[in-house]
Ligand binder design. Sequence first.
Ligand code: ZN
Length: 284
Amino acid sequence: MTYVRRFAMVCALGALGVGAAACSGGGGSTGHPGRGEVSASASAAPSRPPTLAPGPAGLTPVFKSAPHPRGRTVALTFDADMTADEGPRAAAGEHFDNPALIATLRRLKVPATVFMTGRWAEEYPAEAKSIGSDPLFEVANHSYSHYAFTGQCYGLPTMPPARMRSDVARAFTAFRKAGVKRTVPYFRFPGGCYDKEVLRKLTPAGVTAVQWDVVSGDAFATDSAAVAQQVLDGVRPGSVVVMHCTRSAAPATEAAVRAVVPKLRERGYRFVRVSELIRSTAQH
Ligand SMILES: [Zn+2]
């Protein structure tokens, strides 16, 4: 893998150590569309996953971290990446899943949000179903194909604009086919790349885009202690941490989680799913 390709992959995985802005600026004037107001209907029906109301001019709202968390809460999020053209690599033995990571989260009783691509759910339907049936987890949408939604996104293939909405819908369809029950209407852009135009295009999909404020740096990392330290240095109350659930591209994540969880608990942190952070925004 050339350096350029490797760099592209790392950022596509949302794991550069320079922060989310580096990955979310692909389309130029991304700006922050604001967190928007939380929809009244969501707060009136607490059993349904809360979402943010559309931002200015009806744009898809973007959630990055909770501005008013209830105490020391933190959401670990795991991107289950697999790109639509990676089937042959999986067939050749590459592991895009990470069962040990999921087992560790269960053993340590750490709630988490898994941003899954539809292609991943097709490759690992039993794991997708198991994750999506466990009350510890919620499954969010990371697109079907893991193609970029903006033109410049660190080497990811670019999604034709006409396919964007259907690609998001196709991921939810793949979840249903795999038997995933606990889905939430949250969407993470591949590579974190978005701009105003794509936020407008996805408005009819009714999703809340979820970014992050803490980059774990787990993509291609082999030093789990360094990943753990980066997380520990970055977490604040209400943080969203981006990590990955794919062995081949993020082999140190499970060990990093084992190191991070007890330390954050010592500091008084409680692990929550993204929906709880969004709900805390709703009820503030
Ligand atoms: Zn991804």
